[in-house]
Ligand binder design. Structure first.
Ligand code: OXD
Ligand code: MN
Length: 598
């Protein structure tokens, strides 16, 4: 198998062979294994990983083809403080990225990588992002010493032979080097070199740090490529909403990590909304280009979902529960005595004998969660019962609406629409959200997370806003833009909106705005729904509660605008003036509108 693929690569991409040899000379693995993505190879890798304990087989009757992986307890989330964009100048990385000079960084990491794969195998993992035969598609190759990474990449990307075929003789591929080293946080760094289309990641086996296709290539490096080539790489789900007349409207939506993107991407509409259906194109990342028709077209570069497990259950996401029944790798969830998985918020009684994510006995009285709050499932998209038939379409799908949403306890109404593209970019640029367990650090603090890209934009955020504004010139038919907030709370701490499947009602309003079937109320912050236009059939929600969910409270907005302004100031001179003008317009509107009414 190895020689066959190697021959194929050597016949075609000499750059690839040359680079692999160079990295092998640096890291000195005992062997090099070229991955072809075949079933036979997966069986072999899975057997090896099971023998070493990296994977624990789960109950074959309950979870056929499923495995549990327990990571090192110090390596359970993305480490933004250890993630660097090493562009030529600090200004190119901008104020929101950590930066180190590229030469110095290469030198430091060369020291760490030197001999790091001694006694280990170097896996060569070629992968394709985007459907094959698509002008969106891009090739990456990850060299890694982690078999867990290889098996995840096989689910998350189109991996193996297909990527080599697409690469052909070209040297145009992302060069990813990854070694877990000894998992010592002191020797952990995730470094991006946009000018070289290169990523070097050391000292972590955690998904977002180690599956280089995902955040590192498909977002940080791709956002840089998108700016150069005139397209957008975004932290967005893409879904199609089918209305009872059979019309499908495609929506792209940006939410920060662990804010329910996967749940929304796979949402099953409530029974009361008869005839409405949702199809998932992607749950995390969208690559979007302007088509010949002047519309925005999107593909999902990935082939699987790396979703947060806790809180997933048959009510919150029945499609995900069906999806993870087979061929799934679970990371840091709890395990029952009969080798099934369990996590907090699964809404299934925990069995008596359960071991937690560390492998320690756990009981339901414990004050510690059984599964790590950022425990994950890695599942192939083909398992998703709601998968869009357009997911392999080389053209992608046409986007009619872009949605931005954060996790906000106050201030932001359930849904409102932007007046135009510039206003929409302003809404995305000023998005705030409370932090979650997806990244290490304090949880629950509001931070600005523009377009949900704060940790993922691979260049200067001010230039990124310019790029977004500039996309308007290319778009003959720009999508409408919206902001949503499922997380607003009443004074007693209860959620004002039921969320999950009921979010479909908000999607329905968005679709009806796109097709101009409903009007909206002009307010200082944007176009708000008339409550009668939100379809609440079969939903028991007091009208006062809905009013609260939609309320604009000037006191809260004054505080919000101060924070937005502070964020804008921190960006410095690259901030587009158009965005400051938008902010001032909202401020004036809020002042004219008067005091809190509720
Ligand atoms: C993810 C994240 O894993 O955003 O998708 O952290
Ligand atoms: Mn994400």
């Amino acid at each position: 198998m190895r020689t066959e693929v190697q021959r194929e690569a050597s016949l075609k991409s000499r750059d690839l062979l040359h680079w692999v040899s160079k990295m092998a000379r640096l890291t000195q693995p005992d062997a090099i294994k070229w991955c072809d993505g075949s079933q036979a190879e997966t069986h072999w890798l899975t057997d090896v990983a099971t023998a070493t304990g990296e994977l624990i087989p789960l109950n074959p009757d309950k979870r056929p083809g499923c495995y549990l992986h327990r990571s090192n307890a110090n390596d359970v989330a993305r480490t933004e403080n250890l993630t660097f964009v090493c562009s030529d100048s600090k200004a190119d990385a901008g104020p929101t990225n950590n930066w180190m000079p590229p030469d110095e960084t290469y030198q430091k990491l060369r020291g760490w990588f030197s001999g790091s794969m001694r006694g280990r195998i170097m896996y060569v993992v070629p992968y394709l992002l985007g459907p094959s035969n698509s002008s969106f598609a891009k090739v990456g190759v990850e060299l890694t010493d982690s078999i867990y990474v290889v098996l995840n990449m096989r689910i998350m990307t189109r991996m193996g032979r297909v990527a080599l075929e697409c690469l052909g003789g070209s040297g145009d591929f992302n060069r990813g080097l990854h070694s877990t080293l000894d998992l010592d946080p002191k020797r952990r760094l995730i470094c991006h070199f946009p000018q070289d289309n290169t990523i070097w990641s050391a000292g972590s086996g955690y998904g977002g740090n180690a599956l280089l296709s995902k955040k590192c290539f498909a977002l940080r490096i791709a956002s840089h490529l998108g700016r150069q080539e005139g397209w957008l790489a975004e932290h967005m789900l893409v879904l199609g909403v089918e209305s009872p007349d059979g019309q499908i409207t495609y929506i792209a939506a940006a939410f920060p990590s662990a804010c329910g993107k996967t749940n929304l991407a796979m949402v099953r509409p409530p029974a009361a909304l008869a005839g409405w259906r949702v199809f998932t194109v992607g749950d995390d990342i969208a690559w979007m280009r302007v088509g010949a028709d002047g519309r925005l077209w999107a593909v999902n570069p990935e082939a699987g979902y790396f979703g947060v497990a806790p809180g997933t259950n048959v009510r919150s996401n029945p499609n995900a529960m069906a999806m993870v029944r087979s061929d799934t790798i679970f990371t840091n969830v709890a395990m029952t005595a009969d080798q099934d998985v369990w996590w907090d918020g699964m809404e299934v009684e925990p069995s008596k004998r359960i071991v937690d994510w560390r492998g320690q006995p756990w009981s339901s009285g414990s004050d510690q969660p059984a599964a790590h709050p950022n425990s994950r499932f890695t599942a192939p998209m083909r398992n998703n019962p709601a998968l869009s038939p357009r997911v392999e379409d080389p053209q992608g799908v046409p986007i009619s609406a872009i949605v931005f949403g954060g996790r906000r306890t106050t201030t932001i109404p359930l849904v409102f629409e932007a007046y135009d593209w510039i206003h929409g970019v302003y809404l995305g640029a000023t998005m705030g959200s409370e932090t979650t367990a997806a990244a290490s650090g304090e949880v629950g603090v509001v931070r600005r997370d523009p377009m949900a890209m704060l940790p993922f934009c691979g260049y200067n955020i001010g230039d990124y806003f310019h790029h977004w504004l500039g996309m308007r010139r290319r778009l003959k038919h720009p999508p409408r833009m919206f902001m949503v907030n499922w997380f607003r709370k009443a004074r007693d701490g209860s959620f004002l909106w039921p969320g999950y499947t009921e979010n479909m009602r908000v999607l329905k309003w968005i679709v009806e705005r796109v097709s101009e079937r409903v009007g909206a109320e002009e307010t200082p912050i944007g176009l708000l729904p008339n409550p009668r236009d939100l379809d609440l059939t079969g939903l028991d929600i007091p009208s006062q509660q809905l009013t609260q969910a939609l309320a604009i409270k000037p006191g809260e907005w004054r505080a919000e605008l101060e924070l937005q302004e502070k964020f804008f100031k921190s960006i410095g001179e690259t901030l587009p003036t158009e965005l400051e003008t938008q902010l001032e317009a909202v401020r004036t509107g809020i002042e004219l509108d008067g005091e809190d009414k509720h």
